[in-house]
Design a protein around this ligand. Structure first.
Ligand SMILES: Cc1cc2nc3c(=O)[nH]c(=O)nc-3n(C[C@H](O)[C@H](O)[C@H](O)COP(=O)(O)O)c2cc1C
Length: 190
């Protein structure tokens, strides 16, 4: 019941050079320094042995435009189809891993597995982030990245939702003159 969740498309390359994509909601940032992430994958997934054997994957963030592809990669298996081809997604060469980036995604995070933890239904792949790519299209003249312009999506209780209105920015709750909603001060406690 811990929702909403990021929903990501995880891309990989098998030893045979074949690419695959799996949709993952059990994904998280786990450490800033060194930068690390985790994804949890069921061993019965076609993707599981690829991730385990190669120890490499790319996390691709999802957007309104990628919602259909995100769902498709979460219900179809690479055992039967080539998901890149079926969805006309563009694989790009990564810098540090053999797994491809998905060009249509605004942010690609290259990961190298450090440890696989069998937890039960899912095994957690704890991984180091070895490179990150952000689409120049969302970069302003000051090199600030505007992910909101890519319309990122989240997954909540079985539904894909677009992130809506901005409610505040980091630290706004303690700034004297800004509570994030335009008014400057709340009333006295009664
Ligand atoms: C929104 C969504 C989230 C999912 N999250 C996970 C997950 O975190 N871990 C997992 O093992 N499978 C998850 N799945 C299921 C896999 O994506 C699905 O079984 C997929 O078809 C497996 O692909 P593969 O057989 O090519 O590996 C999710 C599916 C959807 C639709």
């Amino acid at each position: 019941m811990l929702y909403p969740l990021p929903v990501v498309m995880v891309s990989m390359a098998g030893r045979d050079g074949k690419f695959n994509i799996i949709t993952i909601a059990w994904a998280g940032t786990v450490c800033t320094n060194p930068p690390m992430v985790s994804i949890s994958v069921r061993p019965e997934r076609y993707s599981y042995p690829i991730l385990k054997e190669t120890g490499e994957f790319v996390i691709n963030l999802t957007t309104r435009e990628l919602a259909f592809a995100t769902d498709f990669c979460g219900v179809k298996s690479g055992r039967e189809i080539d998901k890149f081809q079926a969805l006309q997604l563009t694989p790009l060469e990564a810098d540090r891993v053999r797994a491809p980036l998905i060009a249509e995604s605004p942010v690609n995070i290259e990961c190298r597995v450090r440890q696989v933890m069998p937890l039960g239904s899912h095994h957690m792949f704890l991984a180091d982030v070895v490179a990150v790519h952000a689409d120049e299209k969302y970069m302003d003249e000051k090199r600030k990245f505007h992910l909101e312009q890519a319309e990122p999506i989240v997954y909540s209780h079985g539904a894909y939702l677009c992130c809506g209105e901005q409610l505040g920015t980091f630290g706004y709750s303690v700034k004297k003159s800004d509570n994030g909603n335009g008014s400057t001060k709340r009333g006295k406690k009664l």
